[in-house]
Design a binder for this molecule. Structure first.
Ligand code: HEC
Length: 252
């Protein structure tokens, strides 16, 4: 008989004691039916690791089930649309913030050329930032917005030769909003009352330049005094109502 056969359990084998045989039987584990086997130790360890790492991640980033995970310092929700007779649900934003939010939306039309940051594209589209056309009188701005520009044009000492489209198809409030926005944002006039352009002023500009149908040339625009302001009441930035005025024509 070979060695390997010796180690096999064999009741008939010489010298196999009953005690040895029963020891062997007791030592072996009972085989449970498929599907009911106990977990292996490795799987338990793995589950523990997943649990510990998961809990750690949740603790670090989970924000404890708070609902402010999307609130960041650079997130500014758009102004709530002014509902008609509805529940406005909470506090109203100051008028100027709503006006600027509207202007920012309209500025989406301009950003393709003048860029979102107002910096323009060298040699192609002039910057609005630092431009006297933007921070100066509103009469020139109204003229530019309503009828556009073509031909050679100088901004901040750089010369351009493109075409600025006319925007007179936009409603008065959108023109007023976008001009307020660029004066406020790029014209260095943030929080200054003279940044504000109102519907009343745009109506005045339409009247004033009604006879002018072609796009402007630079020399025509330079003929408008640099500091000429469109007529209109000064506005209370909080309420949007004219300061000390009687008519409510300015806002919206
Ligand atoms: C298709 C490109 C284009 C778009 C869109 C455009 N502009 Fe212009 N804009 C120009 C060009 C080009 C000039 C310079 C005119 C020229 O070269 O004849 C100019 C000039 C101006 C100027 C005077 C110069 C300066 O840089 O200060 C203002 C103000 C201005 N644009 C405002 C606006 C606003 C506001 C809008 C959006 C409502 C707008 N533009 C949309 C191309 C564009």
């Amino acid at each position: 008989m070979s060695d390997s056969q010796d180690q096999n359990l064999d009741y008939d084998a010489e010298g196999g004691s009953v005690v040895d045989v029963h020891d062997a039987v007791r030592r072996e584990k009972v085989l449970l039916p498929t599907g009911q086997e106990p977990l292996t130790f490795g799987l338990l360890i793995l589950a523990a690791i997943v649990l510990i790492l998961g809990a750690g991640y949740f603790g670090a980033y989970g924000n404890r089930f708070s609902d402010d995970i999307y609130v960041t310092s650079y997130y500014h929700p758009d102004a709530r649309p002014a509902g008609k007779g509805g529940d406005t649900g909470g506090e109203e934003l100051p008028w100027i913030d709503q006006w600027l939010a509207g202007g920012k939306k309209v500025y989406g039309n301009c950003a393709v050329c003048h860029q979102p940051n107002g910096g323009g594209l060298p040699g192609q589209f002039p910057p609005l930032t630092g431009s006297d056309w933007v921070s100066g009188g509103t009469e020139r701005l109204g003229a530019i917005m309503l009828h556009g520009i073509q031909g050679p044009f100088t901004v901040n000492g750089q010369s351009y030769n493109g075409a600025m489209p006319a925007w007179n198809v936009l409603p008065d409030n959108q023109i007023a909003q976008v001009l307020t926005y660029i004066r406020h944002e790029f014209g260095g006039l943030a929080d200054q009352p003279e940044a504000v352009v109102t519907v009343e002023m745009i109506k005045a500009a339409r009247d004033k330049f009604a006879g002018h149908t072609a796009t402007w040339t630079e020399s025509e625009l330079l003929a408008i005094p640099a500091d000429a302001m469109l007529p209109g009441a000064e506005i209370d930035l909080q309420t949007g109502k004219p300061i000390g005025g009687d008519s409510g024509a300015a806002a919206q």
